[in-house]
Write a protein that binds this ligand. Structure first.
Ligand code: GDP
Ligand code: MG
Length: 417
């Protein structure tokens, strides 16, 4: 059973009999279901013609990066890591004394999480539904032009070229197989195929948590939501009773450390910071050492995302990973790429770029709440074969959820099925 049936149940059972031949590539497209009878024609037409006026600006293929002050090409040398341990100038700001002031978020119910997904995906769902309805209202018959235009519609909906092409090929077959001739039936087949393809990814969305220390590194361009995600995650783990340490290894941007310190205070967790412009690798070294010596469960590492200087970034990330591995050979247990859902196809380009720079274990898709392009999750997984593990559903401390494909699919197609 495909993911679609699992979520929505089988609604269309009309398969073509083996000996029945239908020239699928040139049949008339009706506005009503041919069978079973009883659908009111005018009602069905009104539904099929309904177009929600959501127009999005077109995307460029360039990677959105926030301009920063000039980037230096050289990697500042870390003082050679010695047995002596942490370099003393990287002070550790223990915030345990603020623990009683920390925010303790109440445990969310399953319904509350589902409602959040639904709300966050409303824009995406409307926009996709509008495109699909508009597309279907323009067609009178299912022929080659129909499939070509369908492919264009899918590409415009941020499904991505490769996936749109594959999906359209699959649909040629599936529309025939299901003998779908009405607009509603075809819409159903399109969604069913999208959902089933997505459900077959075989990717595991679970965070790779260890019994001992789990080290997670966060990467991504500026402004995508790395620091915010770490803040939310710190709060979650803290509430679950874990001992959490943060590492402010974005030493490049003024204010980045302060922002993370603020999040640490909000949840009453500890943080390791370095001096501004100091080598992020030495902050990471101090943090890993401290996490080991003091028995922390979770270490969350914030990094700077200067993708416009790939060589430098690659060296910086490599150096951090090397230092972590020296202490903990299997770490980092997660290298999570944060992507901003509102950037649509740009997010895909960023994911491609970053996966060339450093091995990624998962994606955090942020700002789903403000995006009409949440559908890129369908594409990201298929193109990159990297699981989406977390989704950002708002700016609040509790607005981060584990990625749940069922809730996502329900939210995405909430008004269409
Ligand atoms: P960084 O540069 O990658 O560390 O990004 P930040 O964590 O500083 O986030 C940049 C902006 O995005 C901030 O204003 C955040 O409040 C906002 N932001 C982050 N995640 C979300 C989210 O899931 N939803 C919304 N609406 N805003 C978010
Ligand atoms: Mg940041």
């Amino acid at each position: 059973m495909g993911l679609f049936d699992k979520i929505f149940g089988k609604k269309i059972e009309k398969k073509i009999e083996d000996n029945q031949t239908a020239d699928i590539f040139s049949f008339e497209l009706s506005d009503v279901e041919p069978e079973p009878a009883g659908t009111d024609e005018s009602e069905a037409k009104a539904e099929a013609d309904e177009v929600v006026a959501v127009v999005e600006s077109s995307e460029t293929d360039t990677v959105a990066v926030t301009p920063e002050s000039p980037v230096c090409d050289t990697v500042a040398e870390t003082p050679e890591v010695s047995e002596a341990g942490a370099a003393p100038e990287h002070h550790v700001a223990a915030t345990s004394e603020t623990a009683e002031a920390a925010e303790v978020a109440p445990v969310e119910t399953a319904q509350a999480i589902e409602a959040k997904y639904e709300k966050s995906l409303k824009k995406t769902s409307r926009s996709f539904g509008a495109r699909l309805n508009e597309f279907l209202s323009n067609f009178r018959s299912v022929d080659e032009a129909f499939f070509e235009d369908l492919e264009d519609t899918l590409i415009m909906s941020d499904v991505g070229v490769d996936v749109a092409t594959q999906l359209t090929d699959d649909l040629r077959h599936e529309v025939k197989l299901q003998n779908a001739k009405s607009k509603e039936a075809i819409k159903h087949v399109i969604i069913e195929k999208m959902v089933d393809n997505f459900g077959e990814s075989g990717l595991d969305p679970q965070l790779n948590l260890q019994d001992g220390l789990t080290v997670m590194m966060f990467v991504g361009v500026n402004g995508v939501g790395k620091t915010t995600t770490i803040g939310k995650l710190a709060n979650r783990f803290k509430n679950e009773g874990e001992k959490v340490l943060l590492a402010a290894a974005d030493t490049f941007r003024a204010g980045a450390t302060d922002q993370l310190v603020e999040w640490a205070h909000r949840s009453g967790v500890d943080i390791v910071v370095g001096k501004e412009k100091s080598d992020p690798a030495s902050v990471v070294f101090d943090a890993v050492k401290r996490a080991q010596v003091e028995g922390f469960d979770i270490l969350l590492i914030d990094t700077a995302g200067r993708l416009q200087n790939k060589d430098h970034l690659m060296k910086e990330l490599e150096k951090m990973a090397k230092i972590i591995k020296r202490e903990l050979p299997n770490a980092p247990h997660e290298t999570l790429l944060a992507l901003d859902a509102t950037t649509g196809q740009n997010a895909i380009s960023q994911a491609k770029e970053f996966s060339n720079v450093t091995p990624l274990t998962g994606i955090v898709l942020t700002k789903l709440d403000g995006s009409a392009k949440g559908g890129i999750i369908l594409t990201i997984q298929q193109i990159l074969q990297i699981p989406v593990k977390l989704v950002g559903l708002g700016e609040g401390i509790q607005d981060l959820e584990d990625f749940d494909e069922v809730l996502f699919v329900r939210g995405l197609f909430q008004d269409l099925i």
